[in-house]
Design a protein around this ligand. Structure first.
Ligand SMILES: CC(C)(COP(=O)(O)OP(=O)(O)OC[C@H]1O[C@@H](n2cnc3c(N)ncnc32)[C@H](O)[C@@H]1OP(=O)(O)O)[C@@H](O)C(=O)NCCC(=O)NCCS
Length: 217
């Protein structure tokens, strides 16, 4: 999860970034061939990270309720050339309504068969409209077709809206962690591969996932 304090406006030098995001280079996924998507009056565009950086810098502190600065509780990392290069590797989607960006989605591969939902954020008036689930449903099919076995996400334990939407989409809890960067997280996993899910259930749970039928629709 990328937090706002670490995404303050960048004032470094221009750096060389990958011309194509990692998902394209690993899996030959070209989101620009699938985007844009239209969800009601909101359009979702596939964009470069720099395109959403002003939105992130302006709105994420309020959306996430973090102020940055001296009162920041967690370890904050400023924008660096390396961070900017990493951000250029991500898949970035902008939710747009009436010409302005109203939400952002950042995700990326973490290895050859794992995909990570790093950060999703909407302006308050665009929360609760089912927009994140709509984009997730648009992305998961192409990710499955590309051979992704699992989609992962980390959510703060008190972020009830985020937990609700993830669990409703078929994610299951696969762990917890304490981080110096963003506090405690619940790790959620959406098993794209039934084989991978079977192994998880066999090893770590006595109850089969109940949402498979729903997830596959
Ligand atoms: C968390 C978030 C990405 C979820 O996306 P979304 O498109 O709003 O999700 P949904 O519309 O499917 O809402 C999920 C549930 O949370 C509820 N909800 C969403 N936003 C809410 C809000 N601001 N206040 C109260 N409930 C809210 C919805 O009513 C829905 O409840 P339901 O399960 O009873 O139907 C979005 O609410 C958001 O931007 N939150 C702030 C940033 C954040 O926490 N990001 C996640 C961590 S990176």
């Amino acid at each position: 999860m990328v937090m706002p304090a670490s995404l303050a406006p960048w004032s470094g030098t221009r750096v060389a970034t990958a011309s194509t995001p990692l998902s394209n280079r690993l899996w030959n996924l070209d989101w620009s061939r699938l985007a844009p998507w239209q969800f009601g009056d909101v359009t979702v565009e596939y964009v470069a990270f720099d395109h959403v950086l002003p939105f992130i810098a302006e709105h994420h502190p309020l959306i996430f309720g973090a102020g940055g600065g001296p009162e920041e509780r967690f370890f904050a990392e400023p924008m660096t050339d390396a961070k900017r290069r990493f951000c250029a590797e991500m898949d970035v989607f902008a939710f747009r309504h009436d010409g302005r960006i109203v939400g952002t989605w950042l995700s990326h591969p973490t290895d050859w068969s794992s995909y990570y939902l790093r950060n999703v954020a909407f302006l308050p008036e665009y929360q609760g409209r089912g927009l994140s689930a709509a984009l997730f449903r648009a992305l998961r099919g192409p990710l499955a077709a590309a051979g992704v076995a699992r989609i992962e996400s980390d959510v703060s334990p008190t972020n009830v809206p985020s937990l609700r939407v993830n669990l409703a989409e078929g994610f299951v809890v696969t762990g917890t962690q304490n981080t110096e960067r963003w506090g405690t997280f619940v790790r959620l996993t959406y098993f794209v591969s039934p084989d991978a899910e079977s192994v998880f259930v066999r090893q770590f749970s006595g109850v089969a996932t109940k949402l498979r039928a729903k997830r596959n629709t």
